[in-house]
Design a protein around this ligand. Structure first.
Ligand code: AMP
Length: 384
């Protein structure tokens, strides 16, 4: 196993230029690293913070060559990158996490199959590639489920809830995806997540599990720490540890769980990178998830994940903006002296776009976050 150390001064190549790359660039800059961001899109949030940028599609051979030549070590801020590009990058520069872990997490079918093979608890599922297979899966499931596309699914996109009494032929015709999985519907008590890091020496550190609440399928609020019995907390950490060890993973991973009323945990999905539900770590933990990603990727000792105080993270979505190009009155957030405002520098506040987040620290953080959320939504556009 390679335990090469990439010290400050090295260049971190980042596949993707969104807000996760932007926040990684901030930590990298603080620690004296250089960053090279490869973004396929225009106006990528990380462009304002990185040292160098490649603005070319992810299958452009020149871009691959430029990226490999300039980066000392590489990582990804999103998983929907062509497998051939991941392999080509990994052939030229140390890519952490590796191509196969990133690709597995990018595809629900592969992700669930991995979990099943590892005996890690997840919702029952069936792989579906035709109306007949959907009919068989619905027959086997015998109840409500969620049909999900195999590829390119996030924030509830490419999902359809089924009661179980629909006509499979009609559902499949309307779903318009070549491959999907049918998952049993889980009546969960709450949704949790865990950020976990593993470095090339096999050292593993886990942040405290957090509780997540969604609004229209998009993360709304994260509560840290999650109010959990100690055995559930330990189980979440143990499952996340089994996952990163099974992948021989190097980097940071977000693992999402459903907590069932009987206390059992099911893995919902894995993100091979920092996760929105780990943003509170920037202000509330001894090490942020982005610094931890950097430490893991660069072969450094992992930082302390200690939570310094209770925290609540509120996502700031586009519908909180009074108009597409008119930002909220930020005193709504900043009048709370223990709230940290994070904006991603996006110009246009499209309805469901993640524009930023605010982290509320200390006592009554949930109430304070909910109050600010209500004020922002009231001043925003009633579109969601
Ligand atoms: P996903 O994109 O798979 O994380 O799904 C987005 C959200 O849909 C989750 O955070 C859950 O709130 C809900 N969801 C997804 N799968 C299921 C399921 N099998 N049972 C119940 N709710 C689900």
């Amino acid at each position: 196993m390679s335990t090469t150390i990439f010290s400050p001064g090295s260049t971190i190549g980042i596949l993707g230029g969104g807000q996760l790359a932007r926040m990684l660039c901030m930590e990298a800059k603080r620690m004296g690293y250089r960053t090279l961001v490869w973004t396929g899109g225009l106006e990528a949030p990380a462009m304002a913070l990185c040292d160098a940028v490649i603005e070319l599609p992810f299958d452009d051979p020149n871009a691959i060559a430029q990226f490999i030549a300039a980066a000392d070590v590489a990582t990804a801020e999103f998983e929907n990158i062509p497998r051939a590009t991941l392999d080509a990058v990994a052939a030229g520069v140390t890519l952490r996490p590796g191509a196969s872990a990133i690709a597995t997490c990018a595809n629900r079918e592969q992700e669930k199959t991995f979990l099943r093979e590892q005996n890690i608890p997840c919702a029952p599922f069936w792989i579906v590639t035709s109306a007949d297979e959907l009919a068989q899966a619905m027959h086997d499931l015998q109840g409500p489920g969620v049909l999900k596309t195999s590829a390119f699914g996030y924030d509830g996109k490419g999902q359809k809830k089924l009661t179980g009494s629909e006509d499979p032929a009609v559902v499949w015709q309307e779903f318009q995806a070549p491959r999907a999985i049918l998952e049993g519907f889980i009546s969960f008590q709450s949704e949790l997540s865990v950020m976990i890091a593993r470095n090339a020496s096999g050292e593993v550190r886990c942040f405290d599990p957090v509780e997540n609440h969604h609004r229209h399928h998009i993360l709304d609020v994260t509560i840290a720490p999650a109010a959990l019995p100690p055995e559930v907390r330990l189980e979440a950490v143990a499952i996340a540890t089994r996952i990163v060890n099974a992948f021989d993973y190097v980097g940071l991973m977000g693992v999402e769980f459903f907590l069932q009323p009987d206390g059992d945990l099911l893995v919902n999905e894995m993100a091979p990178r920092p996760h929105n539900s780990g943003h509170h770590t920037i202000d509330a933990c001894e090490t942020s998830q982005f610094e931890q990603q950097l430490r893991a990727v660069c072969g450094l000792a992992l930082g302390s994940t200690r939570l310094l105080c209770p925290a609540v993270m509120l996502n700031l979505l586009g519908d909180m903006w009074p108009a597409v190009e008119q930002a909220p009155d930020w005193s709504i957030v900043l009048d709370d002296r223990s709230a940290a405002l994070h904006l991603y520098g996006k110009k246009r506040a499209i309805e469901r776009r993640k524009m930023g987040h605010a982290t509320f620290l200390g006592e009554h953080a949930r109430e304070r976050a909910e109050k600010v959320k209500a004020q922002l939504l009231e001043a925003g556009r009633p579109t969601l």
